[in-house]
Design a protein around this ligand. Structure first.
Ligand code: ATP
Ligand code: MG
Length: 155
């Protein structure tokens, strides 16, 4: 289904911001080239909601979380950046295992399934995910999804 990616991300950010109130600041940026894409809306919602929820959960109150999207001819790149607690290096290879939670998560509730679901969804869409994290500095998750086809011109 054709999806207006900018509206979609803005709506998602707005509803998440509404649900968390003032605890964190969510920011969305994109380029003017981002318009309508052929993408699975439910899968993208699942991916972004899980990643943004993690960024909120593992960042201090008042912190800013950024979602940035880059649209190219054949792929969409979504970057979720937080300045939160970061993930211990020894845990970084295990994050996609079901029920795995790193030591940094002890104080916060969770099942350890969020990233497992994200990884499966990204795989199903033939995409790629990378996590770059430094303790005490923050975490950046980058998801790249190939586009199903080029959208028709001037939609
Ligand atoms: P839930 O199933 O509710 O999402 P969860 O957040 O613990 O639980 P995942 O989303 O799968 O589980 O994340 C796995 C682990 O990776 C977390 O427990 C946490 O240790 C670490 N993690 C994930 N995202 C971040 C982040 N943005 N900053 C710091 N640690 C993170
Ligand atoms: Mg999670």
């Amino acid at each position: 289904r054709l999806l207006n990616i900018v509206e979609f991300c803005q709506d998602l950010i707005d509803s998440l911001q509404f649900s968390i109130g003032q605890s964190h600041i969510l920011q969305f940026t994109h380029q003017p080239t981002c318009k309508t894409l052929l993408l699975d809306e439910k899968m993208l919602w699942q991916i972004l909601t899980n990643l943004l929820t993690n960024a909120i959960k593992y960042s201090p109150i008042g912190a800013t979380i950024e979602l940035d999207i880059i649209c190219e001819m054949h792929q969409l790149t979504c970057q979720i950046r937080d300045r939160g607690m970061g993930i211990p290096p020894e845990s970084q290879t295990r994050l996609f295992e079901p029920f795995y939670r790193a030591a940094n998560a002890k104080q916060r509730p969770g099942t350890g399934l969020g990233l497992t679901i994200v990884k499966r969804a990204v795989d199903l869409l033939n995409g790629e995910i990378t996590i770059d994290s430094t303790i005490g500095v923050g975490t950046t998750v980058c998801v790249t999804l190939p586009l199903i086809a080029d959208p028709p011109p001037s939609v």
